[in-house]
Design a protein around this ligand. Structure first.
Ligand SMILES: [Zn+2]
Length: 341
């Protein structure tokens, strides 16, 4: 069964978004696009909203009662009036399945997954109320799936609500966007994000938060997986001193890091270099502010921009690089060449 999710209560920083969502309840559109940064809990917000719409006796603030039979079905992922559509790769990850040797699960939402909905969309609700479909992440819809969804959205059914969750709305078909009411989910403040991470037992919550571009859930994920701890420190120490940087040796020590994380870190580093150069500020690496400001003086803007483009291109292929080691070496070499020897 691919409908895998874990219900989590609303996060502290979501109360404003929650109230705005509740405000829509009286006149719900057929489709709602929940958009905002990655790793801030958009899916959890959508799931909570879906559960609350299906709940028989929601609380005064609109949250689900967690006790009625509808809430229990929802928790058990067996509510007949609810569907979660996500790529197989995500469902498999949440299953904790690591099937070696078998075909890699898809990172896309396929047209079959959307077609399977047609029966659901045409039936009336089992419980007489709403039926809700959450599509996450909506940018994973491939072309055929998006076109198929569009047909469903063009012939809206009463009391059928689509919740599309995305951090890349620009990748969705304009025709789909035009059928959705857009709802911006806000990134939590630094204080709220760091306080939550501290509660979760993350050491250096401010730093962890800044590293992910202020996305608390992503920061927690990285902290829990140990992502970026040791390797990240090695990387940071090396890029602070580009004159001494040995690209081959460094690529060697970063072998255990996913290329996408190294690239992400370099992107944030370049952001801070640019920002230090232009505005005298750093965002992601406050602890290295002094080194960054020194480096910013010696790097040419045009060269930096060129390197950022290289990173962007690398990021696009970072999930399946042909040769991750070679990619790392070439990026680190380019980085080193930004600075006069
Ligand atoms: Zn309930």
């Amino acid at each position: 069964m691919l409908q895998r999710f874990e219900m989590k209560p609303l996060y502290l920083w979501q109360s404003e978004s929650w109230q705005s969502l509740q405000g829509l309840r009286a006149r719900l559109p057929h489709a709602l696009l929940l958009k905002g940064a990655q790793g801030i809990g958009k899916l959890d917000l959508a799931l909570n909203f879906a559960q609350s719409l299906l709940c028989e006796k929601p609380h005064a603030d609109g949250t689900a009662c967690q006790e009625c039979s509808s809430c229990r079905w929802f928790e058990q992922e067996s509510h007949p009036d609810f569907r979660l559509i996500q790529p197989d790769a995500l469902a498999a990850a949440e299953d904790g399945e690591e099937k070696s040797g078998t075909k890699k699960p898809s990172r896309e939402i396929s047209v079959d997954q959307i077609r399977d909905l047609s029966g659901f969309a045409n039936l009336s609700a089992h419980c007489g109320g709403y039926r809700v479909v959450v599509i996450h992440p909506a940018e994973a819809l491939n072309n055929n799936a998006a076109n198929s969804l569009l047909k469903t959205l063009e012939e809206p059914t009463d009391k059928l609500l689509f919740l599309l969750v995305t951090h890349k709305p620009q990748q969705l078909l304009p025709t789909i966007l035009s059928r959705c009411l857009s709802f911006a989910v806000h990134t939590p403040t630094r204080e709220a994000g760091a306080a939550w991470l501290a509660q979760q037992g993350v050491a250096n919550p401010e730093q962890a938060l800044a590293q992910t571009g202020f996305a608390p859930l992503q920061a927690l994920g990285w902290a829990e997986s140990g992502e970026g701890s040791e390797e990240r420190n090695i990387l940071l120490a090396a890029i602070c001193k580009p004159a001494k940087l040995d690209a081959l040796a460094l690529a060697d020590s970063l072998q255990r890091s996913a290329p996408v994380h190294v690239i992400h870190c370099l992107q944030q580093w370049c952001h801070d270099l640019t920002s230090a150069k232009l505005a005298g500020e750093v965002r992601y690496f406050p602890e290295q502010a002094a080194e960054i400001s020194k480096l910013a003086d010696s790097v040419a803007s045009a060269a930096l921009l060129g390197f950022q483009k290289e990173l962007l291109a690398a990021r696009r292929s970072a999930f399946h690089p042909l040769n991750p080691r070679l990619l790392m070496e070439s990026l680190l070499l380019s980085y080193r060449q930004l600075f006069p020897a």
